[in-house]
Design a protein around this ligand. Structure first.
Ligand code: MG
Length: 203
């Protein structure tokens, strides 16, 4: 199982990090050991003093595909979830400034929270899902998949040009604005529409 992440997929988040708007999707990978095990907290790693939450809509691939035409992308996934792409922002900034790959800041153990999976058929339109992240009961991030620069179908097609998609692969589709630091004893709750998809403690 691989985890493929899309960066800079929401204009408001590109602006808050003062990044340039990409002309093609930005892709990076997370390791299999990045996934937080069920009912476990997120442990702040000792190599960062600035771990950020990035709430993102997730999709799970259900069939093998390569060079998928966007009009067939919908056949390659049934399930949707919500998760967090935890990012060691201080380390990422250092790596970016040196022109180095981001993996140490993005793919470390525990850097991927995957919430519960639901069938996409429960939603009227996957291209218009409202989602949010609460930090200690306060709204920290909110977004809508309607604001993505590249839609889910376009992402699946684009990613499959480079990587064969396999059953169980997970795609993180990018975060809206509002990213920020987490601290010990924080609690994060993620929702799509009004439904809770995860609750996580920071340790
Ligand atoms: Mg992200």
């Amino acid at each position: 199982m691989k985890i493929i992440c899309i960066g800079r997929n929401y204009a408001d988040h590109i602006n808050e990090l003062k990044n340039n708007r990409p002309t093609e999707p930005v892709i990076f990978l997370k390791t299999d050991t990045s996934v937080i095990l069920k009912n476990q907290p997120f442990f702040i790693p000792n190599f960062s003093n600035d771990i950020h939450h990035e709430v993102e809509v997730l999709i799970k691939i259900k069939k093998i595909g390569k060079h998928i035409d966007p009009k067939f992308s919908h056949k390659y996934y049934d399930e949707i979830s919500l998760g967090i792409d935890f990012t060691a922002r201080d380390l990422q900034s250092e790596l970016k400034s040196k022109g180095l790959p981001w993996e140490k800041s993005k793919a470390f153990d525990g850097s991927a929270l995957i919430g519960k999976w639901v069938d996409k058929s429960i939603f009227n339109d996957v291209n218009n899902l409202n989602f949010s992240l609460e930090l200690n009961g306060n709204l920290a991030q909110k977004g809508s998949t309607s604001l993505m620069l590249w839609s889910i179908d376009e992402i699946i097609s684009y990613v499959s040009k480079y990587f064969t998609l396999k059953i169980g692969d997970v795609i993180f589709t990018g975060t809206p604005s509002g990213v920020g630091p987490v601290n010990i004893n924080d609690q994060l709750i993620g929702k799509i529409e009004d439904e809770e998809f995860f609750k996580l403690k920071i340790k």
